[in-house]
Design a protein around this ligand. Structure first.
Ligand code: GLA
Length: 389
């Protein structure tokens, strides 16, 4: 009897020790895709999701790299007698598996949302106590991405709860990108690289330029300010997540949306669009599919850009690129146009080198630049360039 118990214990210890780390080949560059929350919130339905996925194929977004179609909160409604999570039959009459199959048939990947607590933030059933069962269900349905929220978690600790779901996903045997969403409360950048592929660093983004909202949420530049000091924690397979994109949701100007998108790209943030893709204006499409700017986000070196200047309403970010060279973002936070300048020395590039410049929004070569760059920048606007040897 004693020998038997020891053998089982030994097996459990060996098994636990051989669970692979989260660095499992997924999300080598920041995940790109679409999530239902910012536009549809709890009005999400299979028709809306199908419409968005089909539109992304037709309008070139899939081609531009957007891959994961993620249903956020409110797809789930109850559990059956065996504890299996049930989709809301009114909004998802064909079921989640059918929707995942459809998304896969378009050559894209499929994601879902759950919560580490007893209830999701929208009051739907959470995964607490059902982690392994839910992970098996997701794997059976063909889920490729899980966003895991942190509402109704009284008495739980973040690291334990997220590690439990990480292990459940690994045991379920399907490669699933694991997106942590505890809003930066427990400094997840210090522990989450071993647990998930991305972790929210802040409160919820709102479709406004600046400021903290009463209660929950903050504007784009305020969110960016909260994430700038975390650059060293990001890298291939593990990313800081300043929340999903608001580009195209109507609360900001196109200039501000271009700045929002550029900030996310220079910070190597996940690019999860959150607008109604099936009904967007051409100007919004052009922002979301600017391949030169996306390439900075998706650069193989996987470095999050650093802010090297933050004064007089001028921000300057610099991001090292694979193969040498850098991307530079000039942001004008002020109410009037101003000229922003920098020298190679200020970027830490060494004074004596010449670089070939390229403007990534104008799609224009800037020729050989000797030792500095200077450009007018519109109010709330950006200029984004690369400097290559
Ligand atoms: C939290 C998350 C959001 C969204 C909602 C859903 O607020 O931070 O991104 O998932 O819950 O209820």
């Amino acid at each position: 009897m004693k020998r038997c118990v020891l053998a089982i214990l030994g097996y459990v210890v060996i098994f636990a020790a051989t669970l692979p780390a989260i660095d499992n080949g997924l999300a080598r560059t920041p995940p790109m895709g679409w999530n239902s929350w910012n536009k549809f919130a709890c009005d999400v339905s299979e028709d809306a999701v199908r419409g968005v996925a089909a539109a992304m194929v037709k309008n070139g977004m899939r081609e531009a790299g957007y891959q994961y179609i993620v249903i956020d909160d409110c797809w789930q409604i109850s559990r059956d007698a065996e504890g299996n999570i049930q989709a809301d039959p009114k909004h998802f009459p064909s079921g989640i598996k059918a929707l995942a199959d459809y998304v896969h048939s378009l050559g894209m990947k499929f994601g879902l949302y759950s919560d580490a607590g007893t209830k999701t933030c929208g009051g739907r059933p959470g995964s607490r106590g059902y982690e392994f069962q839910d992970a098996r269900t997701y794997a059976r349905w063909g889920v490729d991405y899980l966003k895991y929220d942190w509402c109704s978690t009284d008495g739980q600790t973040t690291q334990e709860s997220y590690t439990l779901m990480r292990d459940a996903l690994q045991l379920a045997g399907r490669p699933i990108v694991f997106s942590l969403c505890e809003w930066g409360n427990s400094k997840p950048w210090t522990w989450a690289p071993a647990v998930g592929h991305l972790w929210r660093t802040t409160t919820d983004i709102k479709d406004v330029w600046e400021g903290k909202m009463t209660g929950n949420g903050a504007g784009v530049v305020t969110i960016a300010d909260m994430q700038v000091d975390l650059a060293d924690f990001a890298g291939p397979g593990h990313w800081n997540d300043p929340d999903m994109l608001e580009v195209g949701n109507g609360g900001m100007s196109n200039t501000e949306y271009r700045s929002h998108f550029s900030l996310w790209c220079i910070m190597a943030a996940p690019l999860i669009a959150g607008n109604d893709i099936a009904a967007m204006k051409p100007e919004i499409h052009d922002i979301l599919t600017n391949k030169e700017v996306i390439a900075i986000d998706q650069d193989a070196l996987g470095k999050q850009g650093k802010r090297i200047r933050h004064e007089n309403n001028q921000d300057v970010f610099v991001k090292p690129l694979a193969g040498g060279g850098v991307a530079v973002l000039l942001l004008n936070r002020g109410a009037a146009e101003q000229t922003i300048s920098f020298t190679w020395e200020q970027l830490g590039l060494g004074a004596g080198k010449g670089f070939n410049g390229r403007d990534l929004w104008e799609h224009k070569d800037l020729g050989k630049l000797a030792k500095q760059f200077s450009s007018p920048v519109a109010s709330h606007g950006v200029v984004m360039i690369t400097l290559k040897p």
